[in-house]
Design a protein around this ligand. Structure first.
Ligand code: PLP
Length: 223
C-alpha cells in the first residue's frame, strides 16, 4: 500500500476524537510530501535537527511534534516552530523550553512523559514526581510553556494484556491529574499513547493522540 492509501485507512478507522501524528523520522521529505498531499498536517520526529531541516524545506502549515527525548542544548533549534513537545521529563528541561519560547515570543505546549513500561530504557517520570511538578510554584513562574497532557510508551512485547494494563495505568493518572490540575490553572486535554503496533489497544484505553510511523511510511532501517 502507498503512503496515501495507508493514511486514508487510518483516517477512516480512527475515532473522531483521536489525532493522528504521522511519525516521519528517518524518512525523506518526498515521503512526507506524499502524506502532506494526502491531507496530513501533523508530523512527528525524534531528532531536533532532522525536524528543523524538514521544517525549513516543507510548507509552513504543518504542525511539528517532537516525540523523542529532548537534549536541553538543542531546544533552541525547534523553539521557533515546534507545536508540541511530547517527552518532557524534568523541570530543568521545562525551564530551558520556557527560556527559548520567550526569546521567540511564543508559548510552547508540552506533554509530561510518564514511565509506564517495565523496561529501564524507557524515559519518563513516575506519577509522584509528575504530580509534584504539576503543582509546583516553579511551574507557575514559567509563562511561556504550557503542560497540556501526558505521553507514555508501553513495553515492547506481544503480551496484549500487559500493554493494555500499562495504558490503563496511564489513563488513570491522566484522569486524576485532570481533576487536580484545574486547581493549578492548567487544563490537560491530550493523552498521547499508541504507536503502529499498539494504537488500537491505546485507543480502547482512552488515548486521544496516536503516534504512528511504520504503519504509514513503511519499516525504517534504523531508529
Ligand atoms: C518511532 C516512534 C513512534 C512510532 O513508531 P512506529 O512503531 O513506527 O509507529 C512513536 N512514538 C515514539 C516516541 C517514537 O520514537
Amino acid at each position: 500500500m502507498t503512503i496515501s492509501e495507508n493514511l486514508k485507512k487510518f483516517n477512516k478507522e480512527l475515532p473522531n476524537n483521536v489525532t493522528l501524528i504521522a511519525v516521519s523520522k528517518t524518512k525523506p521529505v518526498s515521503d512526507l510530501m506524499e502524506a502532506y498531499n494526502a491531507g496530513q498536517r501533523a508530523f512527528g520526529e525524534n531528532k531536533i535537527q532532522e525536524m528543523e531541516a524538514k521544517w525549513q524545506e516543507m510548507p509552513k502549515d504543518i504542525e511539528w511534534h517532537m516525540i523523542g527525548h529532548v537534549q536541553r542544548n538543542k531546544v533552541k533549534y525547534m523553539a521557533p516552530f515546534v507545536s508540541l513537545i511530547h517527552a518532557v521529563d524534568s523541570l530543568k528541561l521545562l525551564k530551558e523550553i520556557n527560556k527559548e519560547a520567550e526569546k521567540n515570543d511564543r508559548t510552547i505546549n508540552c506533554l509530561l512523559q510518564i514511565k509506564i513500561a517495565e523496561e529501564d530504557s524507557k524515559f519518563g517520570m513516575d506519577e509522584a514526581d509528575a504530580a509534584k511538578l504539576l503543582s509546583s510554584e516553579e511551574l507557575k513562574k514559567l509563562q511561556n510553556v504550557k503542560i497540556v497532557g501526558l505521553m507514555g510508551m508501553a513495553t515492547f512485547t506481544d503480551d496484549e494484556k500487559q500493554i493494555s494494563e500499562e495504558f490503563q495505568k496511564l489513563k488513570k493518572i491522566y484522569d486524576q491529574f485532570r481533576i487536580q490540575s484545574r486547581n493549578f490553572g492548567t487544563e490537560l486535554k491530550i493523552l498521547s499513547m499508541g504507536m503502529s503496533g499498539d494504537y488500537k489497544i491505546a485507543i480502547e484505553n482512552g488515548s486521544n493522540m496516536v503516534r504512528v510511523g511504520s504503519a504509514i511510511f513503511g519499516e525504517r532501517n534504523y531508529q
